[in-house]
Design a binder for this molecule. Structure first.
Ligand SMILES: Nc1nc2c(ncn2[C@@H]2O[C@H](COP(=O)(O)OP(=O)(O)OP(=O)(O)O)[C@@H](O)[C@H]2O)c(=O)[nH]1
Ligand SMILES: [Mg+2]
Length: 440
């Protein structure tokens, strides 16, 4: 279920991680090359002035060897001629000529400013503050503070910028649209992820993947969590009050209304209730027989009239029956109709006027993606939908409708149909869906 949606999200996590980890790797390499330079013990003290170079032993975790590292004192090498300052060149080899040193210092300055121009203002500020820090007496650094393993200080302060993730999120947006995710939903996901990620500081390896996963989780949860009725509570309440809960199921042809009603009836019979079904699809040939057959299978009473009878009258009789027999639940089947068919939409409104159902549930076929979302919109406009059941989720790899439909009409998905058997229905919980599409 929803495999393709899952692939898209995990692809995005992978791409963002890759994008940023390559920068981390570069920084690590740079640090390692610096470490190599520092492993040459002789420091030039002639022409260059290295002020109070206190050294301490620090174990090199990668090589296992001890190496000398300047831990305090002014680490900056100042040129005698006074023009250049090398910020990152902590050490100088004795054999180096002055020219080479000047060249090195020049290069370092260039690298340094290049580094800054490539950085976002936040990152540049982080580097500048590092510069200042290196000017300060390192004695003031916290003793024994552990550096995150294997990361250069720049990398530990890498801040995610919009530029880092823009292209990847744009790709995700396109992929979501192709996967039948509604435009407004795709946009909201992208904006939310961007807002969450931009400005976050990466401190250790794996942060970026974790942050991206969290940002996606939040974005998807925000989309999926929609307030709505709690069917179980409503049925319980109906039992207490003696007034049956009346639910009308609506949707276009063949989405699974009749099958779903049978599943719901079965579900509540097993939970100790006594539903009754109204065979209000008096329009399609075979519809009354079909639902009668299901009612018999799951052991519930069906109220039926002749084919062509007034669907509202059938529903009315079913409600009367439930009241008389103290049944808690009336499930009203209706004929499938295209949302564009004005007459049939009006007929549905008549049932509503006559019976005043407590809930109108839109039954949509998950496989129809965006169409299901559009249908939901139209049915909501016509009768005011209270909740959604999405069928055939078992065969739906895309997941676009499941992700979008509730958000678009601001009504929750109550159940998912996950097969053709009576037991193939599950309550829908947003956390479950988030786990489906972002779980490991
Ligand atoms: N795989 C799968 N098939 C389903 C599911 N729900 C319904 N179906 C199948 O979809 C087909 C149509 O189901 P119906 O219940 O007749 O659909 P309907 O909306 O009542 O159709 P109309 O009354 O003609 O509008 C049947 O073959 C069902 O078995 C589901 O969750 N998963
Ligand atoms: Mg039907």
């Amino acid at each position: 279920m929803f495999e393709s949606l899952k692939k898209k999200f995990s692809g995005t996590i992978g791409k963002i991680s890759e994008q940023l980890s390559s920068e981390e790797e570069e920084a690590i390499k740079e640090k390692e090359s610096k470490a190599e330079t520092t492993s040459i013990p002789d420091l030039e003290v002639g022409k260059k002035e290295v002020t109070s170079p206190k050294t301490e032993k620090k174990e090199d975790k990668t090589s296992g060897k001890d190496e000398e590292k300047v831990a305090s004192g002014k680490e900056k090498v100042e040129e005698i001629d006074g023009e250049k300052k090398s910020r990152f060149s902590f050490f100088r080899r004795k054999s180096d000529t002055e020219d080479e040193d000047t060249e090195d210092a020049d290069k370092q300055d260039k690298d340094d400013s290049k580094l800054k121009t490539e950085l976002s203002p936040d990152e540049a500020a982080a580097v500048s503050s590092k510069d200042q820090e290196s000017d300060m007496d390192k004695e003031s650094e916290k003793e024994g503070e552990e550096e995150p393993s294997g990361l250069f200080t720049f990398a530990t302060h890498k801040t995610i910028s919009e530029k880092d993730i823009d292209d990847i999120l744009f790709e995700l947006e396109l992929a979501l649209l192709e996967g039948d995710v509604a435009m407004e939903v795709a946009e909201q996901i992208i904006n939310s992820v961007k807002e969450d990620l931009v400005g976050r500081k990466l401190k250790r390896r794996g942060d970026v993947a974790q942050f991206t996963r969290e940002a996606l989780k939040k974005a998807i949860s925000d989309i999926l969590v929609v307030d709505g009725p709690n069917l179980n509570e409503l049925v319980q309440q109906a039992k207490k009050t003696g007034e049956p809960l009346k639910i009308m199921f609506v949707g276009v042809n063949g989405t699974g209304k009749t099958t779903t009603i049978s599943k719901i009836a079965d579900h509540y019979v097993k939970a100790g209730y006594t539903p009754v079904i109204a065979a209000s699809d008096t329009f399609r040939a075979g519809a009354i027989e079909q639902i009668s057959h299901h009612a018999e299978n799951v052991g519930v009473k069906i109220i039926r009239h002749q084919k062509g009878a007034d669907p509202a009258a059938v529903a009315y009789d079913a409600v009367e029956h439930a009241r008389a027999q103290n049944k808690e639940l009336v499930l009203i089947d209706t004929a499938g109709r295209m949302q564009t068919n004005v007459n049939l939409m009006d007929e549905m409104k008549k049932i509503q006027r006559v019976v005043k159902p407590d809930l109108a549930i839109f039954v949509g076929d998950a496989l129809t993606g965006n169409d299901a979302v559009e249908q939901a919109r139209k049915f909501d406009e016509a009768v005011g939908v209270d909740g959604i059941i999405l069928t055939k989720a078992d065969a739906d790899a895309k997941g676009g409708a499941a992700l979008s439909i509730g958000h678009v009409i601001n009504k929750p998905i109550l159940f998912l149909g996950v097969g053709q058997g009576y037991g193939d229905i599950m309550e829908f919980h947003p956390e479950w869906m988030v786990e489906q599409v972002l779980g490991d």
